[in-house]
Design a protein around this ligand. Structure first.
Ligand code: SF4
Length: 289
């Protein structure tokens, strides 16, 4: 406590492990900004390369990396935790688990990240004024809400952040050559291209996605369940082998026929499948980076 009654400041940086927050932490240290500790909130859903990256970074940093984790974990909330629904006639009443997150229901961000960090900081907050650094890049101004945003102050874009990390020897075992953005591997808000890559490069994680889907009730995406994506991606592979296109009317007509023979479609048969431009993120997640 200062003589004037004001609290001393404690400086904490939030690290998702992605390129943006990594660049922020590295530059804060390089430029000698006040920094007392870094918080890495582990959802349990990071790629294996991300955990290796955080370990490597931790060894190089002059300040501690505090690892935080919600104790029950994602799977418990996805499949088993049943929130009290105020409206007994709600179509969700009595359904077990929170099921997949959606653009307007990103429960996992609040439960597995925000609440965990706030709980942790509530201790030091009693005696200190906390200054929290958040690694949102300068080309994502819509994400800027509160706290302190050094990347925005420095004008660093997402590309600048990636270059900055590469120049300092951080390459995430090649994750950013596979994905533009990296967040939870099971995120329903990622784009089709990311999901295609996940299935191709991380088949064991993809299998887990299929297993979870079989045990939960909300559709993975508006347009495709994971099972339907499995059908689509296999069909795409077949067509690529045959030298045929994986876009256009004919592709979608045949895909529709294949999906039409499945039970429990996301789409009623006959409805048009939206042709998602390659690389488009379905609704976007602002976790990770
Ligand atoms: S990245 Fe996706 S799955 Fe992970 S916490 Fe954010 S919204 Fe949830």
């Amino acid at each position: 406590m200062h003589e004037d009654g004001g609290k001393e400041k404690l400086y904490a940086a939030s690290l998702s492990g992605g390129k943006d927050s990594t660049a922020m932490v590295l530059r804060l240290v390089e430029e000698g900004w006040p920094l007392d500790f870094v918080m890495f909130c582990d959802t349990g859903l990071e790629f294996p390369q991300m955990y290796e990256h955080v370990e490597k970074l931790e060894k190089a940093l002059p300040v501690p990396v505090v690892r935080l984790k919600e104790e029950k974990g994602f799977e418990y909330y996805l499949l088993r935790y049943t929130p009290e629904r105020k409206d007994p006639d709600s179509p969700y009443a009595g359904r077990p688990g929170m099921s997949w997150a959606g653009p307007r229901n990103r429960w996992c961000t609040s439960v597995l990240k925000t609440a965990v960090i706030n709980r942790y900081l509530s201790g030091p907050r009693k005696n200190y004024e906390i200054v929290q650094y958040i690694g949102i890049a300068a080309d994502e101004p819509q994400r800027v809400r509160e706290y302190r945003y050094p990347l925005v102050e420095w004008g660093m874009t997402e590309k600048d952040c990636l270059d900055y990390c590469y120049e300092r020897g951080y390459d995430w075992g090649g994750l950013y050559r596979l994905f533009d953005r990296v967040s939870c591997w099971c995120c329903p808000l990622q784009g089709l291209e990311e999901l295609r890559t996940l299935r191709r490069e991380f088949p064991e994680l993809w299998s887990r996605l299929l297993e979870w889907e079989a045990q939960t009730w909300r559709n993975f995406r508006k347009d495709f369940s994971v099972q339907e994506l499995e059908v689509r991606f296999r069909f795409e592979e077949e067509r690529i082998r045959e030298g045929r296109r994986i876009r256009g009317k004919e592709f979608f007509r045949e895909l529709r026929e294949r999906l039409g023979s499945m039970d429990g479609l996301c789409f009623p048969v006959g409805e048009k499948i939206r042709e998602e431009p390659e690389g488009e993120v379905q609704d976007g997640t602002d976790c990770g980076g």
